[in-house]
Design a protein around this ligand. Structure first.
Ligand code: AGP
Length: 608
């Protein structure tokens, strides 16, 4: 996902924009750049490299300007090189654009412009936007931007500068996040509030098709038809400290250790201890629709898809409501049998995942009710869905999702409880579940206190080339999640499997070089898991077990044991994943990997 930062005001814009780009580094990028206006001249500096490299380049240039736009690019069209870095500048040099998103019809537009004598200097789709604006300009920048965008099919968040109107930034969004920051006699535009939080907490979330015009004296927001509209100003609740590492070596470790608090926050104000029930205001009007739907779907990607699998199992087991889980990237192209009697839950930490966004748009086009379970307030998925439940995990900076996963599952347990009580679950069972949920923060704390021991276990296995993660029931998605954590940050191949499936193939892999991680809580399949562990040990496999506190029998079988407190099946997945998060983290650290920004990955996959 690309990062956008812009500033206009009375201060020097360059350090402000550069600092904002630094705060967006976590999204993953391969090039960056900045454009400034001074004395009706435009200066642009951009590189295939890191923000620090750009910073050193600028230090020699001594730029000073009261208006600038900057960009960090994660390549989608064109190599990550200097010419394809943003800002993209028009041929005549009058327009600079920074763009996040993808222009689906850029090739025919590029050909049309080339046939009219326009020469392009990059391979990007974004340069077409600059060309269209420059070509359309007839004395009013926002009108030229509107004209250009009317030709475009695709997703964009853009900020535009022009030498022709040097006291103005024009921004626009369709399908990619963009906010306007309101300071004291200064204004900001950004793709993520993290970039400008040091300067203001008052933000406006642009909606699809809307245009923002920023000058040093104020701002205006327009619809696509150039009608002026007033937008709600949101006060961002979290502060910069929430984004800093807070003394931890990596954001990922900080976020793992935040989980007692974030799990509590996911439940805050939503538990009804006296009734053995839960209250979810965001979907209060839709609870009947969910209950009486012909078909319920969960759609998501990656870690969020694992949370969806847990949601499906809990709906079935506790609320006796069938549901289907679909990879968003599959759902959107499968022509699913969805109609107005369907309900689809989109689960997404970022709320910007292109496949998930497209899946709900597809479902909505068939009349389905789309509900969101998101972390980022005002995100595209949160806006695209009719209603939803925010997980309140705070900004998740580490590319590998941890606290968002446990908060997603926490919210799904609350939703399951709410539905189950309407489907006949007794108050007594409800009270038992509420009590188990209230214990979660301290139980997670108890597990986190074993971090040093888990780090030592990680050192033993850090040189392995393959891992197998096995679990049954709700612990099968936990096994999948543990495997994903390991592979995405340590680059070790890891597979999650239902434990009983081992004998249908994976057992051929078992030898002394293959560590196998078992989720083996004392639950109804415990004895079966014991047999699976013995099968692995009989083939010289090395076994790490996540087991229930006090289980000595399993300790004699396994090579290493990590204990978690005893818990109901309802809350076990949240507890059982914590050791796997820590194991993956410490293995990756042991291997010297870039834990917060793993190679090839981005925090939010806003492209297909
Ligand atoms: C999780 O560790 C990964 N970084 C990735 O699979 C992620 O879960 C996936 O891209 C979905 O992101 P979302 O929750 O923001 O939609």
């Amino acid at each position: 996902m690309c990062g956008i930062v812009g500033y206009i005001g009375k201060r020097n814009a360059v350090p402000i924009v550069m600092e904002g780009l630094k705060r967006l580094e976590y999204r993953g990028y391969d090039s960056c750049g900045i454009a400034v206006l001074h004395d009706n001249q435009m200066d642009v500096e951009k590189i295939a490299g890191k923000v620090d490299d750009l910073q050193s380049r600028l230090a020699q240039a001594h730029w000073a300007s009261e208006i600038a736009i900057g960009h960090t690019r994660w390549a989608t069209h064109g190599e990550p090189d200097q010419k394809n870095a943003h800002p993209q500048v028009s041929m005549s040099g009058d327009i600079a654009v920074v763009h996040n998103g993808i222009i689906e019809n850029f090739l025919p537009l590029k050909r049309e412009l080339q046939n009219n004598g326009y020469n392009f200097s990059s391979d990007t789709d974004s340069e077409v936007i600059a060309a269209l604006i420059s070509t359309a300009y007839a004395g009013n920048l926002e009108a030229a931007v509107q004209e250009a965008l009317s030709r475009i099919i695709g997703a964009y968040g853009i900020a535009v500068l022009s030498t022709r109107e040097p006291g103005k930034i024009v921004c626009a969004r369709y399908g990619a996040p963009l906010i306007m920051g309101l300071g004291k006699e200064e204004f900001f535009v950004a793709s993520d509030v993290a970039a400008i939080l040091a300067h203001t907490k008052d933000v406006i979330y642009l909606d699809n098709g809307e245009i923002g015009i920023l000058t040093a004296d104020g701002y205006e927001t327009l619809t696509r038809k150039n009608e002026s509209i007033s937008k709600e100003v949101h006060r961002v609740s979290f502060d910069l400290a929430a984004i800093e590492r807070g003394g931890f070596e990596h954001f990922m470790l900080k976020e793992i250790f935040e989980q007692p608090q974030t799990i509590y926050d996911a439940m805050r104000g939503r538990l009804l201890p006296q009734d053995g029930n839960a209250r979810l205001g965001g979907i209060a009007d839709d609870i009947g629709t969910i209950l009486h739907a012909d078909q319920r779907y969960f759609t998501a990607c990656g870690t969020s898809w694992h949370a969806a699998l847990i949601g499906e199992m809990m709906f079935e087991q506790f609320a006796h409501l069938p549901a289907e889980v679909e990879y968003a990237s599959e759902f959107r192209y499968r022509e699913p049998l969805v109609d107005k009697r369907s309900v689809i839950f989109a689960i997404s930490q970022s709320g910007e995942t292109a496949d998930t966004l497209a899946a709900i748009q597809e479902a909505k086009s068939h009349g389905a009710t789309a509900l969101g379970i998101c972390n980022v307030v005002g995100s595209s998925i949160a806006r695209e869905t009719k209603a939803g439940i925010y997980i309140h995990a705070g900004p998740e900076i580490g590319v590998a999702s941890t606290k968002a996963f446990t908060s997603q599952v926490t919210v799904l347990t609350l939703l399951t409880l709410r539905l189950a009580r309407m489907m006949g679950m007794s108050e007594e069972q409800g009270l038992e579940i509420v009590e188990s949920l209230q214990k979660l923060p301290e139980q997670v704390e108890w597990i986190l206190n074993q971090a040093d021991r888990i780090a030592k276990i990680a050192q033993v296995y850090a040189k392995a080339r393959n891992f197998l993660y096995l679990g049954r029931g709700v612990n099968f998605p936990v096994a999948l999640e543990g495997a994903l954590k390991l592979k995405e940050i340590s680059y070790i191949h890891a597979e999650g499997y239902p434990a009983a499936e081992m004998k249908h193939g994976p057992i051929a892999l078992i030898d002394e070089d293959m560590p196998v991680v078992f989720l083996a809580p004392k639950d109804k399949t415990y004895d079966k898991i014991l047999s699976n562990i013995q099968e692995v040990k009989a083939r010289k496999g090395r076994v790490i077990v996540v087991a229930t506190e006090g289980d000595k029998e399993i300790a004699d079988l396994a090579d290493h044991v990590i204990y978690v407190p005893a818990a109901l099946a309802f809350t076990a997945p949240i507890l059982n994943v914590i050791p796997l998060q820590l194991l993956a983290y410490y293995v990756a650290v042991e291997r010297g990997c870039n834990v917060d920004q793993p190679r090839n990955l981005a925090k939010s996959v806003t492209v297909e």
